[in-house]
Design a protein around this ligand. Structure first.
Ligand code: SF4
Length: 234
């Protein structure tokens, strides 16, 4: 499989809504399709679609060990509500132990390099294991989340992990997600009601002010660095 599959799927699925597309992809990539959730509002919408419609997509989460208590609460409530498995992936204990022993627990505030190293150990490496043997990776990315996401398409080829990525909510706005969770009684992270839009690790996420870019609350001390953690290469 190579990047031509993304072009082909963009053409083939262009008229299909998220649920129909997820069904079609689940049968095409049987046992090789995975959705990664961090329990943000977009991810909760997709989780609801997958679980409620019983679409055979493996749902996984990357527990960095530094998440908000509120995130663990919505994680638990999601398990209770749907009674379906969410597979948890953790950082490699030995590698992370070496990093924290050498640099301390909060070294990500000291340099971009440390921050990227921390993101690599806590997110990117576990993601690599979650995507191992997979062909299709479903994500909760929305185009309006930040400028460098605006040029994305529904299907993209991910060179780093050699999978085709599907972004079902690419054209959804935040209000569409809010409406969906309200109408469908989907559990959501209460931090969204307190000005948090994109929710990641607790020490690296803050609420945003009106008018700020939705990813301004991530690694805010870095100023204009690209606000991505290495999970999504564009
Ligand atoms: Fe580490 Fe912060 Fe990245 Fe989480 S978001 S993995 S705590 S640098």
């Amino acid at each position: 499989m190579d990047k031509s599959v993304a072009v082909q799927l963009n053409h083939e699925f262009k008229e299909k809504g998220p649920v129909e597309a997820l069904r079609g992809l689940a049968s095409r990539f049987e046992g090789r399709i995975v959705f990664t959730t961090s329990f943000g509002i977009e991810d909760q919408v997709i989780t609801d679609m997958i679980f409620k419609e019983e679409i055979p997509v493996k749902v996984v989460t990357l527990d960095t060990g530094r998440l908000f208590e509120e995130t663990y609460k919505v994680y638990s409530r999601t398990l209770e509500q749907y009674q379906k498995p969410i597979y948890a992936y953790y950082p490699d204990a030995e590698q992370l132990g070496k990093f924290v022993t050498g640099k301390g627990p909060n070294s990500f505030y000291l340099s971009v390099e440390n921050r990227k190293q921390c993101c690599h150990l806590r997110k990117v490496e576990p993601l690599g294991r979650a995507l191992h043997g997979m062909s299709c990776w479903v994500t909760g990315i929305r185009a309006s989340q930040s400028q460098n996401r605006e040029e994305m398409r529904f299907f993209e080829w991910d060179d780093a992990f050699s999978v085709v990525k599907y972004n079902p909510l690419l054209q959804w706005g935040l209000e569409d997600c809010r409406e969906y969770v309200k109408v469908n009684h989907v559990p959501y992270n209460v931090l969204h009601d307190r000005g948090f839009v994109s929710i990641g690790c607790a020490p690296c996420t803050r609420a945003i002010r009106p008018g700020e870019d939705s990813r301004a609350g991530r690694w805010w001390w870095e100023g204009n660095s690209k606000k991505e953690c290495g999970l999504h290469s564009h």
